[in-house]
Unconditional design. Structure first.
Length: 185
C-alpha cells in the first residue's frame, strides 16, 4: 500500500506530467494505487490521483461505489461539458449543476461544498494504453473533475473559496460519529 501524501506537500500543488508510455512501471503504480484506494476506510475514498501518492503523473483512478469496478484514467482531458467554462461562476451553472460536499484523502477532516458540472466528455487512455472518449455524468463526473484538478495542482478548497463557500473541519464525537464545524479562514 502506498502512503497518501497530505498538504502542504509540494507534489500536490504541481502540474502532473503526461504519461509517455503505458509500460510495466505505470501498471505497477496503478496496481498500487488501486490497493491503496481499496484500503481507505475513514473516510472511504472514491478517487485517487497519482500526485496524492507522490507520483507527479497524469493518472487517476475512481471508484464511485463500494461495489463498482475501479476506473483508470491516464492522461485525462476534459474535452466537453456544457458548463465546464462556468465552474468558477456557479451562479451561471443553472439548475442541472450539483453542489456536493467534497473531501479529500490528502486533506484529512476538511470538507466543503463544490459546484461541479453534472456531465462531461473525457479523452483518456486506459491501463492497456487504449484511447477512449467517453461521456460521464452524476457522481462519477464529480469525481473526475476533482481528480483532474489534482493533476493540475488544484485542491478542492480553492474551488470552495472561488465559489464563496464555507470550509468545515470534521471530528469524531463520543459516539464515533462525524461532526462538522465551520472553519475560520
Amino acid at each position: 500500500m502506498l502512503k497518501i501524501i497530505t498538504a502542504p506537500n509540494p507534489v500536490l500543488s504541481g502540474i502532473a506530467k503526461p504519461v509517455l508510455k503505458v509500460d510495466s512501471s505505470i501498471i505497477k503504480i496503478i496496481k498500487e494505487m488501486k490497493e491503496t484506494l481499496n484500503k481507505t476506510t475513514d473516510p472511504v475514498g472514491v478517487g485517487l490521483a497519482a500526485p496524492q501518492v507522490g507520483q507527479p503523473l497524469r493518472i487517476f483512478i475512481a471508484k464511485p461505489t463500494d461495489n463498482s469496478k475501479i476506473f483508470v484514467f491516464i492522461n485525462p482531458k476534459i474535452i466537453r461539458s456544457p458548463e465546464i467554462n462556468l465552474v468558477k461562476q456557479p451562479r451561471k451553472l443553472g439548475k442541472k449543476a450539483s453542489k456536493k460536499l467534497e473531501g479529500c484523502l490528502s486533506l484529512p477532516n476538511i470538507w466543503g461544498p463544490v459546484q461541479r458540472a453534472p456531465s462531461l466528455t473525457l479523452s483518456f487512455l486506459d491501463e492497456q494504453g487504449l484511447h477512449h472518449e467517453l461521456k460521464f455524468s452524476n457522481f462519477l463526473a464529480t469525481i473526475i473533475q476533482h481528480e483532474t484538478d489534482h493533476l493540475d495542482g488544484v485542491l478542492f478548497p480553492k474551488r470552495v473559496l472561488e465559489q464563496k463557500g464555507i470550509l468545515y473541519k470534521s471530528h469524531k464525537n463520543e459516539k464515533n460519529e462525524d461532526e462538522f464545524e465551520e472553519m475560520e479562514i
